[in-house]
Design a protein around this ligand. Structure first.
Ligand code: PAF
Length: 289
């Protein structure tokens, strides 16, 4: 197999050297943090970063701090060779593959918690999750010091938490949210889709359909509570094994919107999560999606 020509930094020291070289030649840097098992959604984030900066760095690190005991940390797909080939093709300039000691030096005690936003929606079902995400992203920001970082809108709550964290901690980094990339039936691309069997994959598309239908019903003036209850019932009828939530929230605060007819509010985000088989899926939709 021909060697992948894409430069790879495999430690803090190596990423610092690479960044120094980019900075010495006055190049701007875009960062796309990932956990690997890259799909078209990730590659679209690389495209967004490339369009806005001189150099695009993609980090691949399966972050143990965002998995609870019993979650899929061990099973999470690790496909570094094919990831590197995809990133070379997508025009990425450098890949950062930190080791555990680069992200969490021995004796590490510092965590980042974005209160309130982390406790709503997914935070109720995965209480550890957003603390792990904010902590690792803050550490990546501190190491890579990019001008801009790109995250998928697919993980909308994560995106809002990272925006808040970057503002609160004063990181001079522009946070870009990139649109969700979907399969023809609407299923959002996700590395966890790889866990779905054929029949499960057919059921998975129901979340997009439920959110879309809810958005249309709310815009037509139906009461929010009724629309959300219908969406949950729709998912159960479509064979979803659990529905953690389908919620209509204010996108900035992630607080539930009041019940009753809303019409076409600008500040609306619909989010849903649940399980098909043992695979947990999430998705969301804004008024213009
Ligand atoms: O969205 C992800 O893949 C992860 O949560 C992130 C942002 C790379 C942090 O580990």
């Amino acid at each position: 197999m021909p060697e992948n020509p894409l430069p790879v930094a495999r430690s803090r020291a190596e990423i610092f050297d690479a960044i120094r070289n980019f900075r010495n030649s006055r190049q701007t840097i875009g960062l796309v943090p990932t956990m690997g098992a890259l799909h078209d959604g990730h590659l679209s984030l690389v495209g967004e970063a490339r369009a806005r900066t001189d150099r695009t760095i993609v980090s691949i690190y399966v972050n143990p701090a965002q998995f609870a005991p019993g979650e899929d940390f061990d099973a999470y797909p690790r496909e570094t060779d094919s990831d590197l080939a995809k990133l070379a093709e997508a025009g990425c300039d450098l890949v950062y593959l930190p080791r555990e000691e680069d992200m969490y030096p021995p004796g590490s005690l510092t965590q980042v918690r974005v209160d309130t936003l982390s406790d709503r929606l997914d935070g109720r079902h995965r209480p550890h999750f957003f603390y792990g995400v904010a902590t690792v992203v803050a550490r990546l920001f501190a190491q890579v010091r990019p001008d801009l970082a790109v995250f998928g809108e697919k993980d909308f709550q994560q995106l809002q938490i990272i925006r808040r964290m970057a503002t609160d901690l004063g990181f001079p980094i522009e946070i870009i949210g990139a649109p969700t990339v979907r399969a023809p039936d609407g299923l959002a691309h996700s590395s966890r889709n790889a866990y779905l069997g054929e029949a499960e994959r057919r059921r998975a598309g129901a979340l997009f359909a439920a959110l879309h239908r809810t958005r249309m019903r709310i815009a037509a003036g139906a009461p929010v509570g009724e629309c959300l209850a219908e969406a949950r019932a729709y998912l159960r009828a479509a064979g979803w094994d659990s529905v953690d939530y389908v919620s209509a929230v204010d996108p900035a605060t992630l607080e539930d919107l009041p019940d009753g007819p809303l019409g076409e509010p600008e500040a609306l985000r619909l989010l849903g999560a649940g399980h098909v088989g043992t695979t947990r899926l999430i998705d969301n939709m804004g008024p213009a999606d």
